[in-house]
Design a protein around this ligand. Structure first.
Ligand code: ADP
Length: 466
């Protein structure tokens, strides 16, 4: 079975969030199951593309407003575990960051170029698998654009990693798309805009979210798409993400200060915590609560300044935060260091290496998300023996069971300052009971959240439509 994934992000080539981790791991696990999975993504100007060698496999042109030349490049070595193809459109895509203010034209050109290449290739995929709104117009183009009529028989799958972002653009820009019969316009339109995510939901043969709970939540609240998802529910499902257990393995993770198997979790975590506390001026004898992620409302980040002030004033704990996002929140979080130096610190920015050390060195990982399609951080935390403190939403609900229910994490039902502070307090009490705390650590490291089971579920989904 030949599967072609299309995505704006893919780890380790270009990562902004969880989308990259998923697209970087799922194809590898599918190939282990005997599939022939590959990834097509844009060719950005970043450290990965500068360091690695690529060869040209195709050249062509696309018209998106005007004509652009493009090259299709493939990665020369096969170290990723799947074939990687990159669409090089220097004027549009060769930027240091993945996203910009011109994404309508950039990702439209990316999608048209990718389909142009697939359309002329003798080896057609059995399934085209699109990820999020950046590739959400592909199911429409495959089904309805005249230039791609030769691909119309190929089943398409759309995975929604985050329905908040839909890629809306004005109906005035409709001429940017390749020609299609006017009668098909309704597939593109939602609420008086062209909506690539809505178009993907309407036109893909199957649609899935990255956890079962998130699909149910979206039918009630999906930034305007709830009725569409309810109408299309017959082809919609939820498949929980996995983690790349080769990359996220405390025994071999090359970013860690000290590697550790389950049997040495105490000493291994202690060494990583010691490094973090020394680097960020924190007291290693206190329980360390950490946060890693985007500083946006979805993650509950606007509540952090008040939450941290409260818990740091009332408990002997340390808090360390790694993230970037809303500039007002960033500023408040920096300012908090003046009040709670020695028990609080933050790194505002993106730092892959530090994130791994935090997963390893922290005692607790905070995730008070208002929306969490799947959430990978809690699964990385579990694998590294760090207890997740999470809201009962989306994928967090599907992966974390509260200690009070015989589980291994701390859950709170609502996202507000009081509930999160109470959850932290429960963490402090659990930390005082070191025998139970250590038992939970050893237990959570053994939970299998690797892609093995979910990769198989995707294969079954494809089989149902081929
Ligand atoms: P998102 O909604 O951001 O995609 P996920 O939980 O699905 O959330 O995935 C987040 C991924 O991004 C994780 O691998 C996490 O470690 C990483 N990440 C987020 N912010 C940062 C940061 N500032 N530095 C390093 N890694 C980060």
């Amino acid at each position: 079975m030949k599967i072609t994934h299309l995505s704006a992000e893919c780890y380790p080539i270009a990562k902004v969030g969880g989308l990259a981790d998923v697209v970087g791991a799922l194809p590898k696990y599918q190939n282990d199951l005997g599939a022939e999975s590959s990834v097509i993504m844009p060719f950005y100007n970043n450290a990965y593309t500068q360091k690695n060698e690529f060869e040209e496999v195709y050249t062509g042109t696309v018209i998106v407003g005007r004509q652009f030349d493009f090259r299709l490049l493939s990665l020369k070595d096969n170290s990723l575990g799947y074939d990687l193809y990159l669409v090089d459109i220097p004027e549009l895509l060769f930027t240091p960051s993945v996203y910009s203010d011109y994404d309508t034209n950039r990702f439209l050109a990316f999608q048209v170029a990718a389909l142009t290449w697939i359309a002329q290739d003798a080896q057609k995929p059995d399934v085209i698998h699109c990820h999020d709104h950046h590739t959400g117009l592909i199911p429409f183009m495959v089904s309805h654009c005249l230039a791609f009529s030769g691909l119309a028989h190929i089943p398409t799958v759309l995975t929604i990693h985050n329905a908040q972002y839909q890629g809306w653009f004005s109906q005035d820009l409709i001429t940017l798309l390749p020609e299609f019969p006017a009668s098909k316009f309704g597939f593109l339109e939602w609420d008086n805009s062209i909506n690539p995510l809505a178009a993907g939901i309407k036109c893909a043969w199957r649609v899935n979210t990255v956890s079962p709970s998130y699909m149910e939540e979206l039918k009630l609240k999906a930034n305007g798409l709830e009725s569409l998802l309810r109408n299309e529910s017959a082809k919609c499902s939820g498949i929980l993400n996995g983690i790349d257990a080769e990359v996220w393995n405390p025994e071999t993770d090359h970013y860690l200060i000290q590697n550790y198997p389950n049997s040495r979790v105490q000493s291994g975590k202690k060494a990583n915590k010691a490094w973090l506390c020394k680097t960020f001026g924190l007291d290693p004898s206190r329980p360390l609560f950490a946060f890693i992620g985007r500083l946006v409302g979805e993650k509950g980040a606007d509540l952090f300044p008040e939450i941290f002030s409260n818990v740091l004033s009332s408990h002997e704990i340390s808090v360390l935060l790694l993230g970037s996002g809303h500039s007002g929140v960033e500023q408040q979080l920096r300012h908090l260091k003046d009040w709670h130096g020695g028990s609080y610190n933050c790194y505002i920015g993106y730092n892959e290496e530090l994130s791994h050390i935090i997963y390893a060195g922290a005692d607790y990982l905070l995730m008070p998300s208002r929306v969490e399609p799947c959430g990978l951080n809690q699964m990385y935390a579990l694998r590294y023996g760090t207890i997740p403190v999470v809201s009962s939403v989306g994928g967090l609900k599907d992966t974390v069971i509260d200690v009070g229910d015989g589980g291994f994490g701390i859950r709170h039902d609502y996202v507000n300052v009081g509930e999160v502070c109470h959850a932290v307090e429960r963490g402090v009490r659990l930390y005082e009971d070191q025998a139970t705390f250590r038992k939970i650590r050893r237990k959570i490291m053994k939970i299998d959240h690797s892609w093995n089971a979910s990769a198989q579920k995707y294969i079954e989904l494809y089989e149902s439509i081929i």
